[in-house]
Design a protein around this ligand. Structure first.
Ligand code: NDP
Length: 256
């Protein structure tokens, strides 16, 4: 029986059990973290309670259901409308989002003023709530409608190339060799930028390769994965951790 689980479908690819079990081992904590392939999103809280776990992470496709069904939702998750961490508190299940704050934590050493998000899907939406006055560039118009209070562009309408931080949230480059925007757009952006981060991990995307050619400082999605895990662990244990020390443990096990 696990003390913590990750709910997803599919869930076999998830790195969370590897990360958190390694943490428990390192700190001699008597806990065990498992995975649970949940078919029906509507059952997520019921399942959390019947498994009698202390906490859980939530991945695709259950984050919106976890938001709707948790007994209470706290913090930035209320704005984002998606929950990736569940914690038992008495007989209640409380929902949080550590994906977007984890992203911020991952880039906390970077000094930037203007950021551009490429992509307008779930990850872009979540990040737009923690990045403040951010700009959005997407291939097509439809998904940009969500960002009512932001300045948005399509590939054809972009006329402002002056940002110090460029974030790729599209899946371009995940299973192919494509860039998240036309090469000439990225050239103009990279000429002015200082930093580039991709939320994809496990490979160097064409986006990051190109950013390196322009001598930008880069990070990939592993940093976001690690820091969402660090923040989830703080919630599981109910205390502030030495984030850098814990991040190092997660990087060590993930990089092998
Ligand atoms: P969505 O499916 O919600 O959004 C996809 C977005 O990408 C859309 O804006 C779409 O544009 C754009 N897009 C897709 N393919 C291309 C392409 N070839 N060229 C340009 N734009 C493209 O995706 P999510 O936000 O859910 O996830 C995006 C990525 O984030 C995934 O790769 C996922 O693995 C990663 N991720 C990483 C995390 C981490 O911890 N590191 C956490 C969560 C996600 P359009 O509107 O025109 O179709």
């Amino acid at each position: 029986m696990s003390d913590f689980v990750i709910f997803g479908n599919p869930v076999s690819h998830s790195k969370s059990p590897l990360m958190h079990n390694y943490f428990f081992k390192k700190f001699n904590l008597p806990y065990c973290y498992g995975r649970y392939e949940l078919k029906d999103s509507q059952k997520i809280i019921e399942k959390f309670k019947s498994l009698n776990v202390k906490g859980a992470n939530v991945t695709i496709p259950h984050k919106e259901a976890a938001f709707k069904l948790a007994d209470e939702v706290r913090g930035i998750a209320k704005k984002i409308g998606a929950v990736n961490t569940l914690v038992r508190e008495g007989d209640k299940v409380i929902g949080y989002n550590t994906d977007a704050p984890g992203f911020l934590e991952a880039i906390k050493d970077w000094k930037w003023e203007r950021a551009l998000i490429i992509g307008a899907g779930g990850t872009a939406k979540a990040l737009s709530f923690v990045l403040g006055d951010v700009f959005i560039l997407n291939r097509s118009k439809e998904r940009l409608k969500f960002f009512k209070d932001k300045k948005t562009f399509t590939w054809d309408s972009i006329d402002d190339f002056d940002y110090d931080l460029i974030i790729n949230t599209t899946s371009a480059g995940l299973n192919d060799n494509s860039l998240p925007a036309r090469r000439e757009i990225l050239e103009k952006l990279f000429k002015n930028a200082k930093y580039a981060i991709d939320v994809i991990y496990g490979k160097e995307t064409p986006f990051l390769k190109m950013a390196k050619e322009f001598n930008l400082k880069t990070k990939n999605g592993l940093d976001m994965l690690v820091y969402q895990g660090v923040l989830a662990m703080e919630l599981f244990l109910g205390k502030r951790l030495n984030r850098e020390e814990v991040a190092k443990i997660y990087f060590d096990i993930l990089r092998g």
